[in-house]
Design a protein around this ligand. Structure first.
Ligand code: CP
Length: 305
């Protein structure tokens, strides 16, 4: 497949079609922005944030990123939309926003592929802020950036992703990014959350967390996405016994290993409180990088320079 440079694309829907050098371009911009090299590069650009699902991290950090770049920012909630209550189609909504001069729509939606559908109808940039179980590209970028801050390169590094991979859009985008950056990905969880079919080049499926921890450079914990299925296929007791990261399991990690979580995390289920005090716990770094990474993505998409 011929990869187009990011700057000629209109939207960021997933990481699939970013080449390795495009990741590096985003990361370099993130670093520059975080070091204070901020110009009002989105002055006169109107950004609409449209979240059909709750969000703390992604919503706030996109807002901050847009404001820091000097954009005009409009936050729409679903109840504000004529699309939801008055029979307007999403196509007509997008046409309407474009006619007002809106240049960027950041969207989160429970349906897989909804941002792609919007992008088809929009003369502007759509950024996927999480769609169903499909993808969450900016979260994956900030997770990768956090790992790179630690290890400089991910080539040959082992990243262990633990838990409900099947329903996690974060994991799905992260797997794409880790493969692209030549990391070794190990997915750990019960069959119901990590089907064997996930195994492929550069991605291994394991069931035994204790056995995988000693080789991990980074461990990324996932929340059980209870809102995405009706009956949980494993009891909390069994999950905790087999997969919760606790003090004893932290003791199996290398001195240099880091532990991450995209948030929101559930204390007592996927992690024990002691993890929050662990020397390698990097959750706050992830959240912090979320602003810079989203500034970088906005800047590249909109200005391309
Ligand atoms: N990680 C993440 O997407 O968090 P929010 O749902 O709070 O945006």
């Amino acid at each position: 497949m011929t990869r187009l440079p990011l700057r000629t694309r209109r939207s960021l829907l997933d990481l699939d079609d970013l080449a390795a050098e495009e990741f590096q371009e985003i990361f370099a911009r993130t670093t520059a922005f975080e070091r204070g090299k901020i110009e009002k590069r989105l002055e006169d650009v109107a950004c609409v944030n449209l979240f059909f699902e709750p969000s703390t991290r992604t919503f706030t950090s996109f807002n901050l990123a847009e404001l820091r770049l000097g954009a005009d920012v409009v936050n729409l909630t679903p109840r504000d939309l004529s699309y939801m209550t008055k029979g307007e189609t999403i196509e007509d909504t997008m046409l309407t926003l474009a006619a007002m001069g809106v240049g960027v729509v950041v969207v989160r939606h429970p349906e897989d592929g909804f941002p792609a559908k919007m992008a088809m109808q929009f003369d502007g940039h759509v950024i996927n802020a999480g769609d169903g179980t499909h993808a969450h590209p900016t979260q994956a970028l900030l997770d990768l950036y956090t790992m790179l801050e630690e290890f400089h390169s991910l080539r040959g590094r082992t990243v262990v992703v633990v838990g409900d991979v099947l329903h996690s859009r974060v994991a799905h985008s992260l797997i794409v990014g880790l493969r692209r950056l030549d990391a070794q990905t190990v997915l750990v969880g019960p069959e119901a959350f990590v089907p064997i079919e996930y195994g492929r080049d550069g991605v291994r499926v394991e069931r035994d967390l204790d056995a995988t921890l000693p080789s991990a450079d980074a461990v990324l914990l996932l929340r059980i996405q209870r809102e995405r299925f009706t009956s949980v296929p494993i009891s909390d007791e069994e999950y905790i016994a087999r997969y919760r990261l606790d003090a004893s399991r932290l003791g199996r990690l290398r001195e240099s290993a880091i532990v991450m979580h995209p948030g929101p995390y559930n204390r007592g289920i996927e992690l024990e409180e002691s993890v929050l005090r662990f020397r390698g716990w990097r959750y706050s770094r992830q959240v912090m990088h979320g602003v810079g990474v989203r500034m970088a993505v906005l800047d590249l998409l909109v200005t391309g320079t």
